[in-house]
Design a protein around this ligand. Structure first.
Ligand code: SF4
Length: 286
């Protein structure tokens, strides 16, 4: 049976060293449209860090984050029993070889495991689907932006206006901490835990890719404009570009609840995907 560790290490390496083209394009557009000198200076530095990461194959930021893997597992895949072990082993190897910063510490003692694995990490989210392919998304996420993520249990009466207020207040409160320009993943409905899962998964969509539901796409556009009117700007030093995009995912909710999960991603919008076919062929992309 094919060894899955190598291609998963490749996907992790791609994710931490290369920022996806859609994000780079949005950062370049922001650089062109910003008028303030300090905003252009900060965007210029970000674009240079991205260029160095890609050309030297080194991480674009020293905080290589914690790793979340979203696995869409085809129920007919012969590899199902191998995936979890391969992800954990790939995380260990990637930490050593790329290298990644060891970012997994014991909750009570603070002791670092040294290899980005430990109790409950890397996080692996499973979804069973039809077919025999396995698709794995790798999402490395830095601590600075993750610290700005939040949950709001709104009342149904607060509704979408409440969602906007919550997001705008949170982005203002965080200022430069999540290294803007940020990308906002928002999950609405489904319960407290699921709204946050939806929010994190939303970050896997390309910058500029709207929700296929037109009502939600409209809300994404509205929030994008409103967040960028806040003036937080690149690295929190002022400017027109606070967020590159807003992604909203929804699920049905309890009639008495209106949960809103917000996951904030930094300019280092890292992600990569791999697909493992039943015959062992593997494809890695961003
Ligand atoms: S928030 Fe993102 S860009 Fe800023 S230090 Fe953390 S990982 Fe790096």
């Amino acid at each position: 049976m094919k060894d899955l560790v190598d291609p998963i290490v490749d996907a992790i390496k791609l994710a931490v060293t290369t920022i996806p083209g859609d994000t780079v394009k949005a950062l370049k557009q922001a650089y062109e449209s910003e008028e303030s000198e300090i905003a252009r200076f900060n965007l210029g530095n970000i674009l240079r860090a991205i260029e160095i990461g890609k050309s030297r194959i080194v991480p674009v930021c020293q905080d290589t984050g914690t790793l979340t893997f979203f696995v869409k597992a085809g129920i007919g895949s012969p590899y199902l029993g191998e995936i979890e072990r391969a992800i954990i082993e790939a995380t260990r190897r990637a930490t050593l070889e790329i290298p990644l910063r060891p970012n997994a510490v014991d909750v009570l003692t603070g002791r670092n495991s040294g290899d980005n694995t430990g109790k409950g990490v890397p996080v692996i989210r499973w979804e069973l689907v039809e077919g025999s392919d396995v698709e794995i998304a790798v999402l490395p996420k830095g601590g600075g932006s993750e610290n700005c993520s939040a949950l709001a249990m709104l009342t149904p009466a607060q509704g979408w206006e409440g969602v906007k207020r919550f997001v705008l207040e949170r982005v203002t409160e965080c200022g430069g901490k999540p290294c803007p320009p940020i990308i906002l993943g928002i999950g609405v409905g489904g319960g407290a835990d699921y709204s946050l899962t939806l929010a994190k998964k939303a970050l896997l969509r390309k910058v500029g890719e709207r929700n296929p539901d037109e009502r939600i796409a409209e809300l994404e556009e509205e929030l994008l404009t409103e967040v960028n009117s806040l003036g937080v700007g690149p690295m929190g030093m002022g400017g027109k570009t606070t967020t590159l995009d807003v992604k909203i995912e929804i699920a049905h909710r309890h009639p008495a609840s209106f949960p809103v999960g917000l996951v904030v991603q930094c300019w280092a919008n890292r992600r990569a995907f791999l697909r493992i076919k039943a015959d062992g062929r593997v494809e890695v992309w961003q």
